[in-house]
Design a protein around this ligand. Structure first.
Ligand code: PMP
Length: 366
């Protein structure tokens, strides 16, 4: 019998990322509130650009994604040469790990940080270092206390998924100032547009004025283009150069480049999504807390709901109950939060339905 080739040591120790579920029993169309997608969908202008670009599929895409980088640069007043685009911000996070981490290096992230960080650190052959949080929020002092001479990359999701918590820019600056210059700080700002402060402009400025800070962003959340896989990173010039050397030469498809550029040109769609999110996030938070279920205050488009550790009333029981009614939330045991469920803000109708179902669950569980 032929011997199967073995992956590098460590690869088979990595636990694969398990996405939020998309199906419920019975084949009915679920109310899917498990993946932080936008209930408003993409801008019609993005859909139209996607459709037109679909007429040209026999050609390779522009490997530099020039149209998209220029559209992003115009929107935020950035240098297009320092923007690197990827197939979702997932790809950029992975490229950063592969470019800056190797065996013997340490990649830091916080206790309830986005699950991908552990995967990419291990995939690069480096050592993950998990830093405790305070009140489900990243703690700058704790991060700095875990830095060693081997620390090469620090990942910070801000706002964090799945907690929805957030570090204001002053804390981010304090973190940057306290880290060694050789450590790259990755500000993963997948939910940036939901935060109504100019902190993200300041975060981009931090990238522009330091040699060792990167911000990653995505078109999967507020722009409603998760299915197209479009992300971008704003980088110091040397980091952009490194990522461009190792990325796939055509890592974004032609329709993705076109749709992304159109989406970022339709800012009124983004404003509408922010307004919808703020209204319903506040409503859901208040209504769910009235049911006696604590909710972690969130600045993003999702809420972390905490359940009692009692059989029949816990997160697992609620998850099963909701699924039986066609509603999918995200289990977050993999994030070290087995007692909680994450709920994405949906349409008005979806939000009312999930609130009613939660009320029934709490009432029935007594
Ligand atoms: N960062 C965070 C914090 C996320 O929650 C997600 C999506 N779950 C991503 C990055 C990756 O998103 P995408 O690859 O779709 O851009």
């Amino acid at each position: 019998m032929a011997v199967a080739p073995k992956p590098r040591p460590g690869v088979l120790d990595i636990e694969a990322y398990v996405p939020g579920e998309a199906h419920v029993p019975g084949g009915v169309k679920p109310i899917k509130l498990s993946s932080n997608e936008t209930p408003l969908g993409p801008s019609p202008q993005a859909v139209e650009a996607f459709r037109i670009a679909g007429a040209d599929l026999e050609r390779y895409p522009d490997g530099q994604a020039t149209e998209l980088r220029q559209a992003i640069a115009r929107r935020f007043g950035l240098d297009a040469n320092r923007i690197v685009c990827g197939a979702g911000s997932d790809e950029l996070i992975s490229l950063i790990a592969h470019a800056y981490l190797g065996p013997g290096d340490e990649g830091l992230f916080t206790e309830h940080g986005f699950l991908l960080y552990r995967i990419v650190v291990l995939a690069a052959g480096a050592t993950p270092v998990v830093v405790p949080e305070k009140n489900l929020t990243a703690d700058v002092d704790a991060i700095l206390a875990h830095v060693t001479p081997r620390t090469r990359v620090v990942f910070l999701a801000n706002p964090n998924n799945p907690t929805g918590t957030y570090l204001p820019i002053d804390e981010v600056r304090r973190l940057r100032a306290g880290l060694p210059d050789e450590a790259l700080l990755v500000l993963d700002a997948a939910y940036a547009e939901y935060v109504r402060r100019n902190d993200y402009e300041a975060g981009l400025e931090l990238v522009a004025t330091t040699e060792n800070t990167v911000m990653t962003r995505t078109f999967s959340k507020i722009f409603g283009l998760a299915g197209l896989r479009i992300g971008w990173a704003y980088c110091p010039a040397a980091v952009a150069d490194a990522l461009n050397r190792i990325r796939g030469p055509f890592n974004l498809s032609t329709p993705s480049i076109a749709a992304g550029a159109a989406a970022i040109g339709d800012w009124s769609h983004v404003e509408a999504a922010v307004a919808h999110n703020e209204e319903w996030r506040a409503w859901l938070t208040a209504e769910i807390e009235k049911l006696g279920l604590p909710v972690t205050p969130s600045v993003a488009n999702f809420l972390l709901i905490h359940f009692p550790a009692a059989p029949g009333r816990d997160a697992a029981a609620c998850d099963a109950f909701l699924k039986s009614r066609g509603i999918i939330l995200r289990r977050v045991g993999g994030y070290g939060l087995p007692g909680a469920l994450r709920l994405t803000v949906g349409t008005a109708d979806e939000n009312r339905k999930v609130q009613e179902a939660l009320a029934t669950f709490v009432g029935a569980a007594g």
